[in-house]
Design a binder for this molecule. Structure first.
Ligand code: ACK
Length: 981
C-alpha cells in the first residue's frame, strides 16, 4: 500500500505538511469555486473537522480507506481519511459517512477538501494509478441498521478530480496542495442520506468533508424585518412577508423573495416610521429633543420651528414658548405666533350721527398673516369709565367683526352722544391669549343731527272741511323732538300757496279745508339740531259737500239745522273773542300754531341767524348775551402756546363746579389796552358764542370782570392746520385729508346758514384736535383782517389776505359766503399740498393780476382729480357759479363713501407744480386725468355738466385715457359753446 502521505513519518508530519500548506500557500484556494463569494448563511449538516473523536465512517473493503488523526492549522485535532493503493489493480474502495439528517433543506452542498498525488510522480506505478475519486449519495428515511455496504443503491453525484495534485518534489518542499471541491445535491425528499467516496486507485487524502445547506439570513429591508428563510424549492423563489420594525407602520405590504442561493431578491413594499420616530440604522428611533415629527413617513425629524421647543425624545410636535401660540389649523411646522399689537393712528371722521373710523396696521402682526380687525362700540356717559355696549341698531359698514380693511363706517348713532370705539387687531391666536389682546381706543362725540323723516302717517277721520291725522315718531329722532311742522296745500294749487301748522304731539287736525278737495301734506320733525327732512307727500281728501245731494225736503231740515248751528257757533266765537280779549290777551296759545305763507316764501323757523355784535349799542351787552362769564379762579394757565393780536394764547385747564376739568385755550388781552381794543377783543367771543357746531371752535366763556380779560375756548391739541400739515408732510391718506376738509366745509355750511361770512378762511385759521377734527376759528369783523399777517392793504384801503380772497372781495369788498367758498378752494389747495403757500413767492399784485387774467393754481402733487375739480369750481370768477358749502359737504361725503375715486389724480407729468395754469394754453396740453381734461375744456357749462356726472356717480368716472376720450365725446354735445372762465 502506498500512502499519499508517508504515514510512517507519523501523524505530526502530516499535520505539519497540512499546516504548512494551509498557512503559507493560500494561493491554492484560488480555484474557480474559491473566488470571493457573497457570504450567505449556511447551516452545517455535517462537518468532519468538528468531530473530536473517531468518525467511524464505514470503510469497505477493509484495506481501502483508512481513518487517520491529525491537527489543523490551529492545532485542533481533526480526522482524515486516506487511500493510496496505486500499486494494485482493480481498486474499488468505498468510504461511507454516517447517516445525515436533511432537516428542512431541499438542496444540500458537499464541500470536500483533499490532497491528491500526481500519478506521474509515483515511480514504478503499473498504469493502475488514478487521479480522481467518485462521490455518491443515498437517500433514506432513516438510519440503516446494517453496517453492510450496498453500493448499488447509491447514486453518483460526480467524479472528483484534483485541480492541484502534488508530487514527490512538493513533498520534499513540504508543499501539499489542498483541493476544495463543492457539489450540489438535490432536490432531496427523504429524511436523510449517506454520502460515499469511491476510490478506484488514486492516492488521495480526504482532509475534511462539510455538508451544508444555504438559507436567506434575517434581514431588515425598507424598515421591514424578514426572518431567516430556508429555500424550500430548488427551482423557484420563496416569497416571504416582512413585518414592520418597531414604531413603524406598513405603507405597502413588505415582501421579498428568498432564492435557492440564500439570497434575498426583489424587495416590494415598505414600512414608514411612526410620528415622533425617524429611520436610523434600519430602525425607527425617537426624535431627539429639540426635534419633532408629526406624521408617519420617511422624513427625518425636523428642528422645532421658531418660538417652540421639545424637551423630550419622540416629540410629535414642539410646544410653544410662553406667550406664543399655535392655532388649531396651524401646521406643526409653523412658528408659534402671538396676538398682534393694537392698530395705530385711529382717526375718526364724524358726520352727524355717523363716524368713519380709519386706522393703520399694527406695528406687530404677531408673526401671522391672518390679520383682521374688530370694532366694539360703547356708549359712554360721563367719561370712558361709565360705558355700555351700543344699541343693537347701530350699524357697521361693512361689518364690525372680522374686517380685513382698515376702515369702518358706523351709522345710526345717537346725536350729540359720547361714544368710545375699541379697534382691535386680531389674528388666528387672539382667542387663545385674551389677556394679551390690545386695542386702540377712540372717543368721539356725535354731532347734532336733524331727525329722520316721518314715514308713517295715518288718517284718523275726515269731514267736509277737516282731516284728523296721526303719525309715528321718526325712526331716528336724533334728539328730543320739539315739534312737528305740518305743511299742506290743495293738490291743484301745486304748492304755490300752502299752510303750515306746528304740532307738539304726533297728531293734528287740519280744519278750514274745502269740501271734496284733495290735499297734499308733508310733515317734518324738529329737534334742537333743526328740522329733519320732510316726509314724502301724503294725499288726503275731504268729504263731499253732502248737503247738495239731498232731497229738497231733507235739505230744508238740514239747512235749518245748519243755520242754527252756525248761529250758535257764531255766538260762541263772539263770546270767546270777547272773553279772550278781556282775559289779558289770551295767555295760552293753541298748541298748534298756524301760519300762512304766500308765493312759496317760507322763513324756516328754528334756524338761528347770526347777530352782529356791532349792532349792539353796548358791545359788552352782546358779550354777556352770547358768552358765559367765568370766574377766573376756575381757570389754571399752564403755558403760553402762541401770540395773538391782543395778547398771548395759553393752554390751561377749566374746572367748573360739578363739571369735569377740561383742557382749554385761553386768549388774553394784554395790559394797557384801549377801550376799542377791548371791544374788538371781546367781539370775537360774542361771535363765537353764537355758534354751536362740532366744526366751529367752541367758546367756553369769557373773563371780563377781572383782569386779565380772557376768552376761553376748547383746546385743540394739534394747533393750527397749516403748521400741522407742514409738520406731517405726506403722512395722511386721501380719506384722512378729505375727512378734515369735510369737517371744515361742514363748519362753513353752518356759518353760512347762520348768515355769517368769515372773510379770512385759510388753513392758518383752522385748528386741529387730537382726533384730527378740524374746527373753524378766528372770528371777528374788521379785526380779523387787521390781525392776519397775510392781510394786505388794497387800493381801496381795506386790509385783505389777497391770496385767499375772491376777486370781487378784493376789488370792491364784496364779502359773501361765495367769497368764503373761493377761500375754501384755496384752503383745499393748501391742505392737498400739505401747507404749501398759495401762489408761492409771487407778489400780491402779481397774484391779483394773474387771477384776473384767468390763471389758477395747478393741482397739488397727487391731488385727486375730483378735489382739483372742486377747487376750480370754488375759483369760478362768477361768484354765483361757485358751489355752496352744502354742496361741497355732499361732494366730500360722496368721495368718502367712494374712496376709490380718490385714486384718479389730477397731476400731469409734464407740468411743474409751481406754475399757474393758464386756461387759454391748456388745450395744447396732453391731459392725463379727467380734471386736467376738464380744465382743457375751458367751458363752464361743460364743467358743470361734468360736476353733475362726477358727483352723482363717481363710481362710473372713466379711468383710462380711452375712457376719457369717450367721455369727452359724450359731453361735448351738450356744450356746443365754449366760454373762457
Ligand atoms: O399753530 P398753533 O400752535 O395754534 O399756534 C397758534 C397760536 O395759538 C396763536 O393763534 C394756537 N391756538 C389758538 N387757539 C388754540 C386752541 N383753541 N387750542 C390750541 N391752540 C390754539 C394756535
Amino acid at each position: 500500500m502506498f500512502f499519499p502521505l508517508p504515514i510512517s513519518t507519523s501523524f505530526s508530519f502530516l499535520c505539519l505538511l497540512l499546516l504548512h500548506r494551509l498557512l503559507l500557500h493560500s494561493y491554492i484556494f484560488s480555484s474557480p469555486l474559491s473566488l470571493p463569494q457573497p457570504v450567505f448563511p449556511t447551516v452545517n449538516l455535517l462537518d468532519s473537522k468538528a468531530s473530536q473523536g473517531e468518525l467511524r465512517w464505514l470503510s469497505y473493503p477493509l484495506h481501502g480507506w483508512e481513518e487517520i488523526s491529525g491537527v489543523d492549522e490551529h492545532y485542533t485535532p481533526i480526522r482524515t481519511f486516506q487511500v493510496c493503493n496505486v500499486m494494485e489493480f482493480s481498486q474499488n474502495n468505498w468510504l461511507r459517512t454516517n447517516w445525515i439528517s436533511r432537516r428542512s433543506a431541499v438542496k444540500i452542498y458537499v464541500e470536500l477538501k483533499f490532497t491528491l498525488r500526481d500519478c506521474n510522480s509515483i515511480p514504478l506505478v503499473l498504469g493502475t494509478c488514478k487521479e480522481t475519486f467518485n462521490l455518491w449519495y443515498l437517500e433514506t428515511e432513516e438510519r440503516e441498521q446494517e453496517s453492510r455496504f450496498r453500493e448499488h443503491q447509491f447514486s453518483k453525484i460526480d467524479t472528483i478530480a484534483a485541480d492541484e495534485s502534488f508530487t514527490q518534489m512538493d513533498l520534499g518542499d513540504r508543499i501539499l496542495k489542498l483541493n476544495t471541491e463543492v457539489r450540489e445535491v438535490g432536490p432531496m425528499s427523504k429524511k436523510g442520506f449517506y454520502l460515499a467516496f469511491q476510490d478506484v486507485g488514486a492516492c488521495v487524502a480526504l482532509v475534511s468533508v462539510r455538508v451544508y445547506f444555504k438559507m436567506c439570513p434575517l434581514i431588515v429591508r425598507n424598515l421591514a424585518s424578514f426572518p431567516e428563510t430556508v429555500p424550500t424549492d430548488s427551482q423557484s423563489l420563496v416569497e416571504v412577508r416582512g413585518s414592520c420594525v418597531n414604531h413603524s407602520k406598513e405603507e405597502e405590504s413588505p415582501r421579498m423573495y428568498c432564492s435557492t442561493e440564500g439570497e434575498w431578491l426583489v424587495p416590494i413594499g415598505k414600512c414608514l416610521c411612526n410620528p415622533g420616530y425617524e429611520e436610523r440604522a434600519s430602525a425607527c428611533q425617537m426624535c431627539r429633543p429639540g426635534f419633532y415629527k408629526s406624521a408617519v413617513g420617511n422624513a427625518e425629524c425636523s428642528k422645532c420651528p421658531p418660538h417652540s421647543v421639545s424637551h423630550h425624545e419622540g416629540a410629535l410636535s414642539c410646544a410653544c414658548e410662553k406667550n406664543y401660540f399655535r392655532a388649531d389649523e396651524d401646521p406643526a411646522s409653523m412658528a408659534c405666533t402671538r396676538p398682534p399689537s393694537a392698530p395705530r393712528n385711529v382717526i375718526s371722521v364724524i358726520n352727524e350721527t355717523s363716524v368713519i373710523l380709519d386706522w393703520s396696521w399694527p406695528e406687530d402682526t404677531g408673526g401671522r398673516r391672518d390679520l383682521f380687525f374688530t370694532v366694539l362700540c360703547k356708549r359712554c356717559v360721563g367719561g370712558v369709565l361709565r360705558c355700555e355696549p351700543c344699541r343693537s341698531n347701530v350699524r357697521f359698514l361693512p361689518w364690525a367683526a372680522g374686517l380685513r380693511n382698515t376702515t369702518v363706517t358706523v351709522t345710526d348713532l345717537l346725536a350729540h352722544t359720547n361714544y368710545t370705539f375699541e379697534v382691535e387687531a386680531q389674528n388666528g391666536v387672539s382667542g387663545m391669549a385674551v389677556a394679551m389682546r390690545q386695542y386702540a381706543v377712540v372717543s368721539i362725540t356725535t354731532n347734532q343731527a336733524a331727525p329722520s323723516p316721518v314715514t308713517v302717517i295715518r288718517k284718523e277721520s275726515t269731514s267736509r272741511n277737516s282731516i284728523s291725522l296721526s303719525w309715528l315718531e321718526p325712526e331716528r329722532p336724533n334728539g328730543i323732538i320739539l315739534d312737528y311742522e305740518v305743511k299742506y296745500y290743495e293738490k291743484q294749487e301745486q304748492e304755490t300757496s300752502y299752510t303750515i301748522l306746528r304740532a307738539k304731539g304726533c297728531n293734528v287736525t287740519l280744519s278750514g279745508l274745502k269740501a271734496d278737495t284733495a290735499y297734499l301734506l308733508q310733515i317734518r320733525a324738529r329737534t334742537a339740531a333743526g328740522y329733519g327732512a320732510s316726509s314724502r307727500s301724503f294725499e288726503f281728501e275731504t268729504s263731499p259737500d253732502s248737503a247738495f245731494s239731498m232731497s229738497s225736503e231733507n235739505s230744508q231740515v238740514v239747512l235749518i239745522a245748519v243755520s242754527s248751528a252756525v248761529a250758535i257757533i257764531l255766538l260762541i266765537v263772539l263770546l270767546y273773542v270777547v272773553i279772550s280779549r278781556f282775559c289779558c290777551h289770551s295767555k295760552s296759545k293753541h298748541p298748534d300754531e298756524k301760519r300762512h305763507f304766500g308765493n312759496g316764501h317760507l322763513r324756516l323757523p328754528g334756524i338761528r341767524t347770526y347777530v352782529d355784535p356791532h349792532t349792539y349799542e353796548d358791545p359788552s351787552q352782546a358779550v354777556h348775551e352770547f358768552a358765559k362769564e367765568l370766574d377766573a379762579s376756575c381757570i389754571a394757565i399752564d403755558k403760553v402756546v402762541g401770540a395773538g393780536e391782543f395778547g398771548e394764547v395759553c393752554s390751561g385747564r377749566l374746572k367748573l363746579p360739578s363739571k369735569k376739568e377740561m383742557c382749554v385755550a385761553i386768549k388774553t388781552l394784554k395790559a394797557g389796552y384801549t377801550d376799542k381794543q377791548r371791544r374788538e377783543f371781546l367781539a370775537e367771543a360774542s361771535i363765537m358764542g353764537q355758534f354751536d357746531h362740532p366744526n366751529i371752535i367752541r367758546l367756553e366763556g369769557v373773563v371780563t370782570r377781572s383782569k386779565p380779560v380772557m376768552i376761553v375756548t376748547e383746546y385743540m391739541e394739534n394747533g393750527s392746520l397749516d403748521s400741522f400739515l407742514r409738520k406731517h408732510d405726506a403722512q395722511f391718506t386721501g380719506i384722512q385729508l378729505v375727512g378734515m376738509l369735510r369737517g371744515i366745509a361742514s363748519g362753513m355750511k353752518y356759518l353760512s346758514d347762520m348768515g355769517y361770512v368769515h372773510r379770512d378762511l385759510a388753513a392758518r385759521n383752522i385748528l386741529v384736535n387730537s382726533n384730527l377734527v378740524c374746527k373753524v376759528s378766528d372770528f371777528g369783523l374788521s379785526r380779523v383782517l387787521e390781525d392776519d399777517p397775510e392781510a394786505a392793504y388794497t387800493t381801496r384801503g381795506g386790509k385783505i389776505p389777497i391770496r385767499w380772497t375772491a376777486p370781487e372781495a378784493i376789488a370792491y369788498r364784496k364779502f359773501t359766503s361765495s367769497s368764503d367758498a373761493w377761500s375754501y378752494g384755496i384752503l383745499l389747495w393748501e391742505v392737498m399740498s400739505y401747507g404749501e403757500r398759495p401762489y408761492w413767492e409771487m407778489s400780491n399784485q402779481d397774484v391779483i393780476k394773474a387771477v384776473d387774467e384767468g390763471y389758477r393754481l395747478p393741482p397739488p402733487m397727487d391731488c385727486p382729480a375730483a378735489l382739483y375739480q372742486l377747487m376750480l369750481d370754488c375759483w369760478q370768477k362768477e361768484r354765483n357759479n361757485r358751489p355752496k358749502f352744502e354742496h361741497i359737504v355732499s361732494i366730500l361725503d360722496k368721495l368718502i363713501r367712494n374712496p376709490g375715486t380718490l385714486k384718479i389724480t389730477a397731476n400731469t407729468t409734464s407740468r411743474p407744480t409751481n406754475q399757474l395754469l393758464e386756461q387759454s394754453t391748456s388745450e395744447a396740453t396732453s391731459w392725463d386725468t379727467v380734471g386736467d381734461w376738464m380744465d382743457g375744456m375751458r367751458t363752464l357749462p361743460c364743467k358743470e355738466a361734468f360736476s353733475g356726472v362726477c358727483y352723482s356717480s363717481c363710481d362710473t368716472m372713466p379711468k383710462t385715457s380711452t375712457e376719457h376720450r369717450d367721455f369727452q365725446v359724450l359731453l361735448s354735445n351738450p356744450c356746443p359753446e365754449f366760454r373762457a372762465f
